[in-house]
Design a protein around this ligand. Structure first.
Ligand SMILES: [Zn+2]
Length: 352
């Protein structure tokens, strides 16, 4: 018995000192104090021992028992070492991607613009050449500017075309609720209030809808819209703008046609169809077998809307012309799911 205790006192202080991890410490604890640990087994033998012997080995036994204190100290040290190590490690948020790209000689990967941004810049450059200026309209706007002024009164069935996100706030402007704009067409009224015709403006920006998300619908998306107001504009100008855009995007050979459409703020309204770029008009799965794809929407601004903006519809006419940049990019680059654009997945983004 005495020898056994001596042996433990010789072995364990070193074992504890050399423990490298918290797990090592736990294993040592079990070796001593566990169900079949040395100390547990020793205690069981005590009742068979002579009282004098017990008296004699007591101090040494207590020393072994106190090894628990050393063990706890060692655990504390290991934790401290861990914290110090964490503090000394620098977290480099600047660069997380690997392998390094060869196009930078400092070994860091070179970033690039988001695919929709690249696409939108291309559209802006294209219409700049025709004298259009960029205009920024608010993304949070009033129900009045987003709907009413565009010929969509409250409770009108046409409102069902837009699943709208209203802002839960008591704050109203001129008794009109606030909402996240459902389209860039809210810009029409801002533009007409701010400028006198002739007007050539283009608006590009985020729009929001309460959508059921699927590969073709996203709650947050970009729209591009032209607001063109001048004397003597007609559907012929609208056809020209459509061809100008689609020929640039998909090549000179693309055929473009207009089909009657419906928007409450334009009259007449048109869907702009391009000959399917996948099957060249013979009919395929993507175009639903018809050989044409709906690529943009447009129309002559409704006289009532012009009037609401303080423009005399007897003198001027206007064209509103819009396109979804994400939808264009999907067609051009063969992207199947619109949700890819906002996911932030590097695997997707690095393809561009
Ligand atoms: Zn097709």
């Amino acid at each position: 018995m005495e020898e056994k205790i001596e042996q433990l006192l010789n072995e364990f202080p070193d074992k504890i000192k050399n423990a490298k991890t918290l797990k090592d410490c736990d294993m040592l604890f079990l070796e001593l104090y566990g169900k079949k640990g040395h100390l547990t087994l020793l205690t069981r033998e005590f009742r068979n021992l002579d009282k004098n012997l017990l008296q004699r080995i007591r101090p040494k036994f207590l020393s072994v028992k106190n090894l628990e204190i050393d063990l706890n100290k060692r655990k504390e040290e290991i934790r401290e070492e861990g914290y110090r190590k964490l503090e000394s490690e620098k977290l480099d948020l600047e660069e997380i991607a690997s392998p390094a790209s060869p196009d930078r000689n400092d070994g860091r990967r070179k970033g690039h613009l988001h695919p929709t941004t690249i696409f939108m810049q291309e559209i802006v450059e294209l219409f700049k050449k025709l004298g259009f200026q960029q205009y920024d309209a608010p993304q949070i706007d009033t129900d009045y500017n987003n709907f009413e002024v565009l010929n969509i009164p409250p409770e009108h069935p046409a409102r069902d075309l837009w699943d709208t996100l209203y802002i839960n706030s008591k704050f109203e402007i001129r008794n009109s609720k606030l909402l996240l704009r459902t389209h860039t067409s809210n810009s029409q009224i801002h533009i007409m209030r701010e400028f006198k015709p002739p007007i050539r403006m283009m608006v590009l920006g985020r729009c929001f809808r309460y959508e059921n998300l699927d590969p073709r619908h996203e709650h947050t998306f970009d729209q591009f819209e032209l607001v063109y107001i001048d004397k003597g504009l007609s559907m012929a100008n609208l056809q020209f703008l459509s061809e100008y855009f689609l020929k640039h995007m998909f090549g000179q050979e693309i055929k473009v046609r207009l089909q009657p459409g419906y928007y409450p703020f334009t009259e007449p309204s048109a869907k702009i169809l391009g000959e399917c770029i996948f099957c060249k008009g013979s009919g395929c799965k993507i175009c639903g077998g018809v050989g044409w794809l709906e690529l943009a929407g447009a129309g002559m601004i409704h006289p009532k809307v012009l009037e609401n903006g303080g423009v005399d519809p007897n003198i001027y006419s206007g064209i509103a012309w819009g396109v979804g940049p994400a939808r264009m990019a999907m067609l051009k680059w063969g992207i199947e799911d619109i949700r890819e654009f906002l996911k932030g997945d590097l695997k997707f983004l690095q393809k561009f």
